[in-house]
Structures are given as C-alpha cells and as structure tokens.
Design a protein around this ligand. Structure first.
Ligand SMILES: [Zn+2]
Length: 257
C-alpha cells in the first residue's frame, strides 16, 4: 500500500500588488478596423504554435506588424507571418494581452503570477524588438508585481537582459534599481563564495550598480532599506516604487497622428 504523502503546509502567498493603470497607454482599437485574419506561426522544430488574430489588432499594438502586414509585402499578401526564432510562450502572452490587457489569463490556484521571471523578461525583449511600447511597459509592470510577490530580485535574468537590451533600456534600469533598493550582495561579500558568484553579473551591470550607489552619496537607500525582512521591507518597497513606476520605467508612445 502506498504511503500517504505528507501534507505540506501551504506557504502564504503575497497578494498581487495592485498597480495604477498607465494613463498614457494606447487605447484599444475600434473593432471596425480589425480587418483580415492573420496566421502567425511561432517557433521552430517541435516547438511551433499557430495563432490566429486580426491584422488591425496586431498593427495597432506593434509597429513591426504594422509594417510587415502591408499589402505589398509577402506577409501582407499571404496573411501569414513566420516568427521562427521566437518563443511561442512569449507570443501567447502578447496574444492574451492584445485581447485582455493582461499577459496571462488568471493567477494560478494559489494566487501566484503564472509566468516566470525569465518569460516576463523575454516578453519585454519581444515588445522592444517588435515595436510594442505598451507591451514592454506591461512586462515591466508584471515583473515589478512578480518581484514583490516572490520578494526576490530576478538575479538569474541579468545576463539575459544585458545580452538582449540596449544601454538605457527600462528593464536594465529596473533591475539596477531593484538590486540597489533591495539586495545586499551577501555572497559577493563572502570571499569563499565570490569566485562562483561573480560570473553571474555582467560587467556593465556591476558598473551601473557602482554608479547608482555613488549617486546616493550619504543618502539612505530610497526604499528605506527594505531588503531581507518580510513583510516590512516588502511593504516599504511597494509603497516607494508604486508611484514611480510610470514616470521611471514606462515609455509612452506618441499618440497616432
Ligand atoms: Zn505609463
């Protein structure tokens, strides 16, 4: 007879941090302008998924699709776009977002954000590459909510982000700020762990950290040193960062002429 599994105490999940709606976000398009259906084939080999959506929706939210689906381009004539180097999970999030304004359908059964930090960073990079400012703003918002919910700096994503974004990008800025505000580099401070820890950080990232700390001078850490302790640190950081989100990390596209 099978031994009954030990029942684990469910961990308390931090409720999703509510964020103000970006007042400068692009409004939804008029359904009259949705136009033709488009097939988007995303991924390659065993990891391919097809999505079907409207040309007008894609064009409304992405300058890349707007250009690619012009009638005189092959994609525009065939009504098909192939994105073989993209991750279908990333496109799925984009697909959800153009219809619902959210990058996922629902929180998981325990109330957690169902997307990983890595996937959220990939969504940001996709938004950047495909000319969708509103999408990468949404990715920043979700990463902030994820950081808050997990109360964990997305350290493992730093190399990916520095390889796939340009200097000055909002995602780099967010990671640098998050680390300065909430992380203490304990493993770097420990000489026995430094050698294994150091390769996790791109040089450019470390330079930005140094500059950010120098800019603080003798001022205290802006989120009143929220690191480590839960839930006080978590709450302090949330209160500090929420009102800054739109002005610090969003880009706002010019309204269409
Ligand atoms: Zn905004």
């Amino acid at each position: 007879m099978a031994t009954p599994e030990k029942k684990e105490e469910p961990k308390k999940v931090t409720p999703l941090l509510e964020l103000p709606k970006c007042s400068k976000a692009t409004p939804s398009p008029n359904p009259d302008e949705y136009g033709d259906m488009i097939t988007i084939v995303v991924g390659s080999a065993e990891n391919v998924r097809k999505f079907y959506t409207y040309q007008g929706l894609l064009a409304h939210y992405s300058t890349y699709f707007k250009a690619a689906l012009k009638d005189d381009w092959k994609e525009g004539t065939l009504k098909t776009v192939n994105l073989k180097d993209d991750n279908p999970e990333v496109f799925k999030a984009f697909f959800h977002w153009i219809y619902t304004g959210k990058l996922y359908f629902a929180l998981d059964a325990s109330g957690k954000i169902p997307l990983s930090e890595q996937l959220i960073c990939e969504i940001y990079v996709f938004g950047d590459a495909r000319g969708s400012t509103n999408l990468y703003n949404a990715a920043i918002d979700l990463l902030l909510q994820k950081t808050h919910q997990e109360w964990k700096v997305p350290l493992d994503q730093i190399p990916y982000v520095y390889e796939n974004t340009l200097p000055g990008s909002a995602l780099r800025k967010y990671l640098v700020d998050d680390v300065v505000e909430t992380y203490r580099f304990r493993r770097l401070a420990d000489p026995t762990q430094r050698e294994t820890e150091l390769p996790r950080y791109p040089q450019e990232f470390l330079a930005e950290i140094v500059v950010a700390f120098m800019a603080l001078g003798s001022k205290p850490i802006p989120s009143s040193a929220g690191y480590g302790n839960m839930p006080i640190g978590q709450d302090n950081w949330a209160k500090y960062i929420k009102p800054l989100l739109c002005s610090r990390y969003h880009n706002h596209p010019a309204p269409p002429a």
